[in-house]
Write a protein that binds this ligand. Structure first.
Ligand code: MN
Length: 411
């Protein structure tokens, strides 16, 4: 089998390693609190960004070759699968996630399209059996094809709704076939541009109807996992019905979907909604709907979803607090600093791959001597607010500085 990535498997070499292609902190099989690092948080490769994203933007065509040496569409799809399993192995990533259209290209009709999906999912299953890699979640791409220009579940056209239902039915079958832990709804076009031609209530009734159909069908074919909604406030639609976690919570309660759905929270979607990622994590956690996260970051100088790799070490640390507080099942009033510190330690390690490229930011932070007074002066207002909230809720100032010092030593 041809090799797609001309690099060796990335080893763990510890914090003193000078090898740029080595993990300094993430040691997948190291046990922390009785659980391996790779089991604390399950990292997943996204098929669309990693294997399919070719850098296309509004003003030009793609600049990265993501054909993986293939010539026709099905060739490319197969090579993509081989390449994905190679890079997952080399990076010690145990899970992947996909939209139906990421793994196999759409054909002229539904029957042919589904045949292609059967063929590629057979290959994926074979590669999974060989490697032990797993599917985190599956989803259907109900936003690319022009038929979805006015939405899928919220489309004002019964044929479009029916097509979306059929597409989701197949995506659920694939998710079950590949043993996926979850199934995601991201409704990029489930929204509106103007109320002058939109029946807002009917559209949301229809979207809920589609979700109930999906849940009923999935349970009937043995799907035991969670459904997720990925909130996003805008882009491509101006007003999206799943604006943020609080909005989605209201929707789930209204339509009696809370038993089956949780949130898949993305950092850059949170910031587009005018929130911090931490806010979204906290709202989800405290309402019992914290499901999965997309740990990216946006660019504060841009107004769109840039899906960047997280490089702000302080932000990542603050986000890890939310995740770890959840992992250790701490309530806000428990006040058990030592338990939280243990949780944070585990989380710091588990999130280490995210911290890996952030060394430069960290060096800048270090030069500030980590004095809280300095932080208050130098960090943006939302970070100051977070620090203040945490120091009141969980920490004395001494604890906070102690943790930062141990963190400084670790980095
Ligand atoms: Mn995004």
């Amino acid at each position: 089998m041809a090799e797609y990535f001309n690099i060796p498997k990335i080893p763990y070499e510890g914090k003193n390693s000078k090898n740029p292609l080595a993990f300094k902190f993430y040691n997948p099989d190291e046990e922390i609190n009785g659980k391996k690092m790779r089991e604390h948080l399950k990292f997943a490769l996204s098929w669309w960004h990693t294997m399919g994203g070719d850098g296309t933007d509004m003003f030009g065509v793609g600049t990265a070759d993501k054909k993986w040496g293939g010539s026709d569409a099905m060739d490319i799809a197969k090579n993509k699968a081989y390449a994905a399993f190679e890079i997952m192995d080399k990076l010690s990533v145990d899970y992947y996630c996909f939209h139906d259209r990421d793994i196999a290209p759409e054909a002229d009709n539904l029957k042919e399209t589904n045949k292609r999906l059967d063929e590629i999912s057979d290959l994926l299953k074979e590669l999974m059996d060989k490697s032990g890699k797993k599917l985190l979640w599956g989803t259907a791409n109900c936003f690319n094809n022009p038929r979805y220009m006015h939405g899928a579940g919220t489309a004002p056209d019964a044929d479009v709704f029916a097509f979306a239902a059929a597409q989701i039915k197949k995506a659920l079958e694939l998710t079950v076939k590949l043993g996926g832990n979850g199934y995601v709804f991201w409704g990029g076009r489930e929204g509106y541009e103007t109320l002058l031609n939109t029946n807002l209530c009917l559209e949301q009734d229809n979207m809920a109807r589609l979700m109930h159909l999906a849940v009923d069908y999935a349970r009937s074919i043995g799907f035991k996992g969670d459904f997720y909604i990925e909130p996003k406030p805008k882009e491509p639609t101006k007003h999206q019905y799943d604006f943020d976690t609080a909005t989605v919570l209201g929707f789930l309660r209204k339509y009696d979907l809370l038993n089956d759905f949780k949130m898949n929270i993305e950092a850059n979607h949170a910031t587009l909604a005018g929130h911090t990622f931490q806010h979204e994590l906290r709202v989800a956690r405290e309402n019992g709907v914290f499901g999965s996260i997309d740990a990216n970051q946006g660019d504060m100088l841009l107004g769109w979803d840039t899906d960047q790799f997280p490089t702000n070490i302080l932000q990542v640390w603050i986000h890890s607090l939310s995740v770890c507080a959840w992992l250790t099942s701490l309530s806000r009033t428990a006040g058990s600093t030592s338990l939280l510190m243990t949780g944070m330690q585990a989380g710091k390690q588990a999130l280490a791959p995210m911290l890996f490229p952030a060394r430069l930011n960290w060096l800048i932070l270090k030069s500030m001597h980590l004095k809280r007074a300095m932080c208050l002066l130098l960090f943006p207002a939302d970070v100051r607010k977070c620090l203040k909230a945490f120091s009141i809720t969980f920490f004395s100032l001494t604890d906070l500085l102690k943790f930062w010092r141990s963190y400084e030593n670790a980095v």
